[in-house]
Design a protein around this ligand. Structure first.
Ligand SMILES: [Cu+2]
Length: 280
């Protein structure tokens, strides 16, 4: 009997400790973003056009630099969701710790069977529903602007990206400006040139398995699905060197499925494509 009480107390203490650790860990990224000085990182790819992209500034615990025109809008939504889920986490874990101590086993106290409370159950079901639906409706326009092809900007810089184990095939349209015609130049591997201050439209597909086309600094992430042509767009705000990562575990070589992204002026990009493709 004595040993049983001791066991329960240890269990309660262990649970409380785990909750405290979990609570503490949620504040770590926030602290890290402010307290740790920014690191300056050069991507080290050098330059092939004569105008080097400026060095990118990355700091531990914070987001990669935002080079897109739409990123701030996503950031606002992310921050809002982070606050809502963070407060919910603090509330529920706080109650858990409180109840662990309030209803712990004590001599003279007898456990009471309770069937629950219907009003509370309805409340904690309906509140998340309202929150999710409100978030969905209030951001439907943003979603449509980024994902609905009918709402894509006109006059875009077009490129086709085909993922395969374990590389990115980049293809630009020929002089007729269309893909899949006889004048299409050959593809280039792992090197994507795009202009800034002009919307870039990416046709995306895969030759084998699921991959995910991820441009962290341009706030773009889209699955590349075999047999399907997805389309996305973004607009870069300034010249830079960044990278494409595959964000979907796609096989043994997934870790090395990386491409370079060079953001330059439209003239430089066009000159580069012409020069690059004359070698083929
Ligand atoms: Cu992949």
């Amino acid at each position: 009997m004595k040993l049983g009480t001791l066991h329960r107390r240890n269990l309660a203490m262990a649970l409380a400790l785990a909750c405290l650790l979990a609570l503490g860990s949620t504040s770590l990224p926030l602290m890290a973003a402010e307290d740790i000085p920014a690191l300056v990182t050069d991507t080290g790819w050098g330059d092939t056009t004569g105008s080097a992209g400026p060095k990118m500034h990355y700091s531990f615990g914070s987001w990669p630099p935002d080079l897109s025109t739409h990123g701030w809008k996503l950031q606002e939504l992310y921050d809002l969701i982070f606050i809502i889920t963070g407060l919910t986490f603090l509330l529920t874990e706080g109650l858990l710790i409180l109840f662990l101590f309030q209803y712990r086993a004590r001599p003279g106290h007898k456990a009471v069977y309770t069937h629950g409370n219907m009003y509370m159950e309805v409340a904690w079901t309906l509140i998340p529903v309202v929150v999710f639906v409100t978030l969905g409706i209030s951001n439907a326009e943003l979603w449509a602007r980024l994902k609905d092809r009918n709402l894509f900007p006109k006059d875009t810089f077009d490129v086709q990206v085909t993922a395969r184990q374990f590389e990115w095939k980049i293809q630009y349209p020929g002089p007729d400006g269309r893909f899949g015609t006889d004048d299409d130049p050959d593809y280039i591997i792992n090197e994507l040139y795009v202009p800034y201050d002009k919307p870039v439209r990416v046709r995306l597909t895969s030759e084998d398995v699921l991959h995910s086309f991820f441009l962290p600094e341009l706030r773009v992430k889209q699955d590349a699905v075999p047999g399907m042509m997805s389309e996305i767009w973004f607009e870069a705000t300034r010249p830079a060197n960044t990278e494409i990562a595959c964000a979907e575990l796609c096989g043994l070589g997934h870790y090395r499925m990386k491409g370079e992204v060079k953001i330059r002026s439209l003239e430089e990009v066009e000159a580069w494509i012409e020069e690059e493709l004359s070698d083929y």
